[in-house]
Design a protein around this ligand. Structure first.
Ligand code: FAD
Length: 374
C-alpha cells in the first residue's frame, strides 16, 4: 500500500494520540492547532489504567507520568473539615493526577518523534466527506483521512452536520493550578487528595506534581457568584471558612467550563472521523473524557490498519467502540444527577447507588483499550 496521508484538526489529547498512532503505523500525518502554542488550561487531569495503557501504546506514558501523583485515595470532607467518606481506588489499577501540560507535551513529543508534523496557528473551518480539510485562510488540503479532534465546539463536526445532541448540564467547574508550599511538599497532609462539600459547591484539592496542586471548584451554573472568573475568593471563603488561607492563594488565572454531553448521528462521514470531545463530550464526574478521547484515537488507527477502505474502517470502528463510550457517558451523567438535590437526598443516593457506581467506574477504568497489549 502506498503511504496514506491524514490531516488532523486539533492538538489536544485526541488529536495528538491519533497523530502518534497513525504515524507509528506508517501514515504521513499533519496536525492543525489553532493556538500559537500547544498550551492547555492550567489544570491537572486524572488518568486511569485505561488511559495509561493508551499512553504506553503510543510511547508517551513515562514522560507523561514523570513526577505525577498516584491518585488512589480521596477523602470527602464537609465545609467544617469533618470527614464524610474515603474513596479508595483499587491498588492493582494505576491512577494518577498529572499536570495537563505534561501529558500534552509527552504526546506531542511522541507524535513528532514518529514523524507527524504539528502546525500551530492553523485554524480549521471545516471538512468534506471526500477527504478535504478546510482552513480559515481558504486552503483545502486533500487527504486519505481527515480527523476532527477539535473539541466540543468542533468546526469539522458542524460543517458535516453530524451533531445529534448537545445537552448543557446544570453544573460546571473552575480549574486552576497553585504552587505547593514548602510545608505541603514535606507533609503527608499536603499530599492528600481531598474534596470538600458545602451545599452545592465543591472544592477539590489534588496534588498533581512535586510542585503543583490542581484545584477544581464545582458549582451550579446558576450560581453566578461562585462561577465568576477571576475568582471571587471572598465568596468561596464564605462557603469554606476553614480553607480561607488556601483560597487566598488562588490566582486570577483560571477557567470556567460548563459540563455538557455531546452525541453524534454518526462518528464519521466518508473519509472524515470524529474523536474526543468533538464526538462524545461527557461531564468530568468520573474523570474519563480524556481517557476515552485517547482510547478512541488509538482504536481508530487500529481499525484503519485493518482495511484499505477508510470509510469502511471508520464504520467498523464506530460499530465496535461506540457502545462502551456511550456507557461511560451515561454513567458520568447519572453520577452528577444528585448535584442539584438537597444534601440529605444526595447522601441517600450515594448510600444506595454508591457501591454500584464505584464498581462500574472501576470496571471502565480497568477495561483494555483496543490496540493495547493484553
Ligand atoms: C472541569 C473538567 C475536568 C476534567 N477532568 C478530567 C479528568 O480528570 N480526566 C479526564 O480524562 N478528563 C477530564 N476532563 C475531560 C477532558 O478535559 C476532555 O475530555 C479532553 O480534553 C478532550 O480532549 P480533546 O482532544 O477531544 O479536546 P480538547 O482538549 O478540547 O482539544 C481540542 C484541541 O483542538 C484545538 N482546536 C479547537 N478548534 C480548532 C480549530 N477550529 N482549528 C484548529 N484547532 C482547533 C483546541 O485549541 C485544542 O487544542 C475534564 C473536563 C472538564 C471540563
Amino acid at each position: 500500500m502506498t503511504q496514506r496521508h491524514a490531516e488532523i484538526a486539533g492538538a489536544g489529547f485526541a488529536g495528538l494520540t491519533a497523530a502518534c498512532a497513525l504515524a507509528q503505523r506508517g501514515w504521513s500525518v499533519r496536525v492543525h492547532e489553532r493556538a500559537d502554542q500547544l498550551r492547555t488550561a492550567g489544570a491537572g487531569i486524572y488518568v486511569y489504567e485505561n488511559g495509561l495503557r493508551v499512553l504506553e501504546a503510543v510511547g508517551a506514558c513515562a514522560a507523561a507520568v514523570a513526577g505525577a501523583n498516584p491518585a488512589h485515595r480521596r477523602e470527602v470532607r464537609d465545609e467544617a473539615d469533618r470527614l464524610i467518606s474515603v474513596h479508595q481506588w483499587d491498588a492493582n489499577a494505576r491512577a494518577f493526577s498529572i499536570v495537563r501540560q505534561r501529558v500534552i507535551n509527552a504526546l506531542a513529543a511522541a507524535a513528532t518523534g514518529a514523524g507527524a508534523e504539528i502546525v500551530t496557528g492553523s485554524h480549521v473551518t471545516g471538512a468534506s466527506p471526500d477527504g478535504e480539510l478546510v482552513l480559515a485562510d481558504g486552503q483545502r488540503l486533500k487527504a486519505d483521512l481527515v480527523i476532527g479532534a477539535d473539541g466540543s465546539n468542533s468546526r469539522v463536526r458542524d460543517s458535516l452536520g453530524l451533531l445529534a445532541q448537545r445537552r448543557l448540564l446544570p453544573d460546571g467547574a473552575i480549574r486552576l493550578l497553585i504552587e505547593k508550599t514548602a510545608a505541603e511538599r514535606a507533609s503527608e497532609e499536603g499530599n492528600k487528595t481531598v474534596e470538600y462539600w458545602s451545599g452545592s459547591r465543591r472544592l477539590l484539592y489534588t496534588p498533581c506534581s512535586d510542585t503543583d496542586i490542581y484545584i477544581a471548584l464545582t458549582m451550579l451554573d446558576s450560581d453566578l457568584a461562585a462561577r465568576r472568573v477571576p475568582l471571587d475568593r471572598a465568596e468561596w471563603t464564605r462557603s469554606f471558612p476553614r480553607l480561607g488561607a488556601l483560597i487566598g492563594r488562588f490566582g486570577d488565572e483560571a477557567r470556567y467550563d460548563r459540563f455538557e454531553v455531546i452525541r453524534l448521528k454518526r462518528w464519521s462521514a466518508g473519509k472524515v472521523g470524529l474523536i474526543g470531545d468533538a464526538a462524545h463530550a461527557l461531564p468530568p464526574n468520573l474523570g474519563q473524557g480524556g481517557g476515552f478521547a485517547m482510547m478512541n484515537a488509538l482504536s481508530l488507527a487500529v481499525y484503519l490498519d485493518r482495511s484499505a477502505d477508510v470509510a469502511d474502517a471508520l464504520a467498523h470502528w464506530e460499530r465496535d467502540e461506540r457502545p462502551r463510550t456511550e456507557h461511560i457517558q451515561r454513567l458520568s451523567v447519572f453520577y452528577g444527577v444528585p448535584t442539584t438535590w438537597p444534601p440529605l437526598a444526595r447522601t441517600l443516593f450515594f448510600a444506595l447507588a454508591g457501591k454500584w457506581l464505584v464498581r462500574q467506574r472501576r470496571r471502565v477504568a480497568a477495561s483494555r483499550p483496543t490496540g493495547t497489549a493484553a
